[in-house]
Every structure is written in C-alpha cells, then in structure tokens.
Design a protein around this ligand. Sequence first.
Ligand code: SF4
Ligand code: SF4
Length: 257
Amino acid sequence: MKEALIGDIGRYAAHDGPGIRTVVFFKGCPLCCPWCHNPEFIAGRPEIAFYPERCIGCGDCRDLCPETALTVDRIARLDRSRCTGCGLCAAQCPARALEQVGKIFAVEELDALLRRDILFYETSGGGVTLSGGEPTAQLAFCGELLQRLHRQGIHTAMETNGLFVWDDFRAACLDHLDLILFDVKIADPDTHRRITGVDNTLIFANLARLAAAALSSLRALQGGKNRPPGGRGSAPKAPGPGGAARLAAIFYRHRYG
Ligand code: SF4
Ligand code: SF4
C-alpha cells in the first residue's frame, strides 16, 4: 500500500490549471525559497500550527503532550524544539487553536476523496492538480495516483520545481500527466544555489527533457495517434506516446539576483 504525507487538499480551485480543480498539496520540498507561498509545506514531516487568538487557556494540551513541549500561562506556548508533531494535542484542543499540518494518506483513500468532485471536473473541463511542497519528492505515490485518475478519465496536472531524477519521473508520472506547470525559480546557477539552497543544473536539464517530450506528444496528437487532453471522456485512456501534451514553464520575477 502506497502512502504519502499530504499538507492539505484544496477544492474548487480556479488558478492551478484549466476548469475547476482539486489541488493536492504534498508536504516536503527540497528547495527553500524565501518567497514560498506555502512555507508550511516545506518540511517533510508533520508539524503543529498554533493560533494564539483562538486559545482559551484550558491547559488540556499541556497535560497530553508526551514531550512537555507545551506550557500554559494565560494561553498556550509551544516549544518547537521539543515538538515531534505527533498531533495528540491538536486532536483534543477544544478551541482548534492547535492544528496538525501533514497527514498520511493511502493512495486508495486519496483517490476516493478526489473522485467526490468528478461532476465539477466534467462540467468545467477541470481535474486534479498535484502541488506542494514538491509532489515529485513522493514520486511513487504520485505515479500510482495519477494512473488511477487517468483511468477514470480525469484531467491531471502537476506543479513542480523540476528537481527530480528524470528516469524515475518518466517511468512513474509522465504518461499520466496532461499538463505540467514547471516553476523556474532563478536562471543564474550561483544565485539559485545561494537563494534556494540547491543547484539548478538538474532542473534545467529536466525542463529541456520535458519540452522535448511535450513536442513529441503534440506531434503524435497532430498525427491523430492520440486524443487531446480535456475533461472526462476526452483525456487519453492509455498513456500518450510522448508523455504530457502540455508543458507550461513559469518564470518568476523577483528581487533576488
Ligand atoms: S488545548 Fe487548545 S485552547 Fe486549551 S490551552 Fe491548549 S491550545 Fe489553548
Ligand atoms: S504535536 Fe505532540 S509533541 Fe507536539 S506539542 Fe502536540 S502533543 Fe506535544
């Protein structure tokens, strides 16, 4: 049984691909960009979010914590250096001042959840987008999930930073993706390394490989060997000959470099 650590699931999204979509935010990312929109999904482990304005100071969390990471003085205080993210406190907090970020899902469980919105995908030309964090950091799970979604004719997209082993990505995911949204952070290698903490050589190599795969797929579509991607009923029922038919590279403008 394949499992993954998921940070959140967003329904009725309109900005992560065509139509109305459900977005799966994987938890864990090998980059550490200072402008990250979802910093709570960078660490690849469960974490605790604390909302002090909700806390009523009841002390239940302090009494439950096996790591003595919580003290209460009018409101709770969390010592993150002691917290393991076990979630015991969040499960019992009566005011929802503590919430666990990151939950393990089995692929069957997530597949069933995503199918709840199939009517919205059908009527809007939407589908499912894998995002994060970085979905390819949990590649085998992504591959099986995408395969299941495609079998049901659901349009699939992935937002990625491009830092993956190409052969593994191609084997697990490429043929089951209709759209790849490739986030290019910084072109200059030294600045990329300084700002994100990671070398970008592999990222640009993967962008070039994906562009070649998308071109080959489009040529096959033009040749009538495959059907175009779209909503249920029009997405390929079998893997496309060149992988994802559409690749969008997103180049960020920011003040770094
Ligand atoms: S259990 Fe919740 S409401 Fe009570 S002290 Fe802890 S954080 Fe605050
Ligand atoms: S998540 Fe677990 S270790 Fe962390 S504060 Fe809550 S009960 Fe303690």
